[in-house]
Write a protein that binds this ligand. Structure first.
Ligand SMILES: C[S@@+](CC[C@H](N)C(=O)[O-])C[C@H]1O[C@@H](n2cnc3c(N)ncnc32)[C@H](O)[C@@H]1O
Length: 277
């Protein structure tokens, strides 16, 4: 597994774990399963974090944003199941646990999940989840979004693509080159059933230009928050833009009291909700 991609996904897992055990109420991260993706010694260290270290974490704008982001994609995931989507495709899934946390709902509605990530990361995840149980509703598919073709993904999609799908890419686009990410969006619009849903978040242009500059990624994906421009970029690729929301708006919408708490808001990212035409 490549260290950089592993580290971003592991950092997310650690923060979610901390938020699941050290926070309560609306500030608590709903991902209580993520602990299984952390080594035992690491879990113990995080369980005994000092109040000083917790206070430092809580002062970072990203900290509560991650709680809101987790809640947001949880809602997107569960709404899609309730709305009869038969396939969920999680690209850049990392240590995301939704396929296992929501196993009962997925199985009740007969929904299949394609978990996709870079080859090393996805085979690692497949091995790690074997320890948690047998999940025959989940398929593991290698995808490198910095490549310009995705033969394994295309083949798996051709076998599973019987009705509209939800594609979600949580915290992924800032690590991928703009050209191939755009190409992948176009590919999805072309291959997915009409009225499929594609949801992802991105870093706003001009905010932190060097973020995601690792390995093969030299021109990390960025977009403006100007609605017309975002709509037109996606229209050309085959999508209708249903919603765009800033990370700060999403955080205050999903965490009651955050706006008045004095906690710093994360204002680097935005979310789009797209429908294939
Ligand atoms: C910040 S983590 C987010 C993981 C997960 N979506 C979550 O929110 O828990 C970023 C993820 O993007 C994946 N990623 C980075 N570059 C990628 C690429 N070129 N192709 C596919 N996935 C990539 C990483 O492997 C990692 O799992």
């Amino acid at each position: 597994m490549k260290w950089q991609s592993f580290s971003s996904s592991l950092l997310t897992a650690e923060l979610r774990y901390i938020q699941s055990i050290h926070e309560t109420g609306d500030l608590q991260n709903p991902d209580a399963l993520v602990r299984h993706f952390l080594p035992v010694f690491r879990r113990l260290r995080l369980a005994w974090l000092s109040q000083k270290k917790l206070a430092t974490l809580r002062s970072l704008p990203f900290y509560y944003y991650l709680v809101a982001r987790t809640k947001y994609y949880d809602r997107v995931f569960l709404d899609a199941i309730a709305e009869n989507f038969q396939l969920v495709i999680n690209v850049g899934c990392g240590t995301d646990t939704r396929s296992y946390r929501f196993e009962h709902v997925l199985k009740r509605y007969g929904v299949k999940v394609m978990e996709c990530d870079q080859p090393g990361s996805i085979s690692n995840k497949q091995v790690m989840t074997m320890r948690l149980g047998t999940f025959d509703h989940v398929t593991y598919v290698p995808v490198d979004l910095n490549a310009d073709a995705w033969p394994d993904f295309e083949c798996q999609l051709a076998n599973s693509n019987t009705s509209k799908a939800l594609v979600m890419m949580e915290g992924v686009s800032p690590y991928v080159n703009v050209e191939t990410f755009t190409q992948f969006l176009g590919f999805l619009a072309n291959k997915l059933h009409p009225e499929s849903l594609v949801i992802y978040d991105f870093k706003l242009s001009g905010v932190k230009d060097d973020f995601g500059l690792v390995g093969q990624t030299q021109r990390p994906f960025r977009l403006t928050s100007v609605r017309n421009e975002v709509a037109s970029y996606h229209r050309e690729l085959g999508y209708m833009l249903e919603q765009i929301e800033l990370s700060s708006e999403l955080s205050t919408r999903l965490i009651v009291g955050l706006a008045d708490s004095g906690a710093p808001l994360y204002s680097e990212d935005a979310f789009v909700r797209l429908i294939t035409m």
